[in-house]
Design a binder for this molecule. Structure first.
Ligand code: PMP
Length: 404
């Protein structure tokens, strides 16, 4: 793979920040966009812009065709049985809220348990907590070990027949841990629990196939995988989607409306009220084309090389504590330096052109578990280079000199 040529597809990377070449290492928060995606969105607005699904005129037909084509691409990309199992959302957060408010509200009783893990992003905690308050269901979690993996010692007690839904993150945004999704989903199925996989950090980074994994739901965000912000997708197994009541009501999701009552369309349209983010959906489709042309296996391998190199190099910095597993991990390294607060480290790095994130990364329970107010996180994508990681390490050594 010619990774340097691929990098040149991303115009934003070619700039100086604070007098230094930009080193963008905040990809777990949001990735950059290749020219192919930017051009697809511009082309849509310049040539095809119209509302979808409603009119019979040429532009609306073109917009609808491109929109529904993107649904097919998403479905194929994650191995759904049919594209009707793909619901467009604003992102991972909205996908989780949709399931909690529809499937959850219709199915959970006070005697039921919602199981999640101690490494969830707030967006995979708060919607379930709200649901537990509404339904009386109990919340339970799988603890996290010191090495950043799940403590599965008591899994058969935690994941028992009381569990109605087991929801967990595929790759942790704060630890880089890649959870054994297929095995955990099989265990959940054995006790009759529905499964929800938070794919925010995995879908753009490794091959994800919902039929192979066996999950009932999967949510992810376009902006973390080369696509535009404000759009994402929720996969739901059709047998479940068909039985779920709508969430948002409005245009597009109805079959018949009277002044007294309404009937609703079949999935996925039942869950897509109002005018959707048409250019976002088309941009997501272009991002998927782009990623597939590189190959998800290649991306995963390159990601792993970058994070292995980073961990090896960063271990040499005195006073560093690296979170997460020693072996195979996602493309990010979160760490704590005993000589400076994460916000100071991030500001210092920024003054040298290196973009990272510092704080709790929307995982406050996990920070409490590791007794840290927050961490600094360097997160990579396939357009990053080993030279950029060396530059990061150089800057961290300089930070040590500066702060001590
Ligand atoms: N889950 C994980 C693991 C994440 O990393 C993120 C984004 N930081 C989310 C959920 C939420 O994604 P979004 O803000 O795009 O809805």
């Amino acid at each position: 793979m010619d990774w340097h040529r691929i990098r040149s597809d991303f115009p934003v990377l070619d700039q100086q920040v604070n007098g230094h070449p930009l080193v963008y290492l905040d990809n777990a928060a949001s990735s950059q966009k290749p020219r192919a995606v930017i051009n697809t969105i511009s082309h849509y607005y310049e040539r095809d812009n119209a509302n979808v699904h409603r009119a019979l005129h040429e532009l609306s037909n073109r917009a609808t065709e491109a929109f529904e084509q993107a649904r097919k691409k998403v479905g194929q990309f994650i191995g759904a049985k049919t594209e009707d199992e793909i619901i467009f959302t604003r992102g991972t957060t909205e996908g989780i809220n949709l399931v909690a408010n529809t499937w959850g509200a219709a199915n959970l009783r006070p005697e039921d348990v919602i199981l999640y893990t101690g490494m969830e992003h707030h967006s995979n905690l708060v919607p379930w907590q709200l649901l537990a308050q509404r339904t009386g269901a109990t919340l339970r979690h799988i603890p996290v070990l010191d090495d950043g993996t799940l403590d599965l010692t008591n899994i058969d007690t935690l994941l028992n027949e009381q569990v109605k839904i087991f929801t967990f993150v595929h790759i942790s945004n704060s630890l880089g841990t890649i959870n054994p999704a297929k095995e955990l989903i099989a265990k959940a199925k054995a006790v009759g629990a529905v499964t929800f996989l938070d794919g925010a950090q995995s879908v753009g980074h490794l091959p994800v196939n919902v039929q192979d994994l066996g999950c009932d739901f999967l949510a992810f965000s376009s902006h973390k995988m080369c696509g535009p912000t404000g759009i994402g997708a929720l996969y739901g197994r059709m047998e479940l989607l068909e039985k779920m009541p709508p969430w948002h009501g409005g245009g597009e999701m109805i079959f018949k409306v009277s002044l007294e009552a309404s009937t609703y369309k079949d999935p996925p349209h039942r869950f897509e009220a109002g005018t959707p983010d048409i250019s976002g959906v088309i941009g997501l489709g272009a991002a998927i084309d782009y990623l597939q042309a590189i190959g998800m296996e290649n991306i995963h391998r390159h990601d792993a090389n970058l994070s292995n190199h980073a961990v090896q190099q960063m271990r040499g910095i005195p006073g560093i504590r690296i979170l997460g597993p020693d072996g195979h991990r996602g493309s990010l390294v979160a760490f704590h330096l005993d000589f400076a607060h994460p916000h100071d480290v991030v500001e210092f790095a920024n003054s040298h052109g290196v973009a990272m994130r510092g704080g709790h990364h929307c995982t406050q329970p996990l920070m409490k578990r590791f007794q840290m107010p927050g961490t600094t996180r360097a997160s990579f994508y396939f357009y990053n280079t080993l030279e950029e990681i060396n530059r990061l390490v150089e800057v961290l050594h300089a930070a040590r000199k500066f702060f001590t």
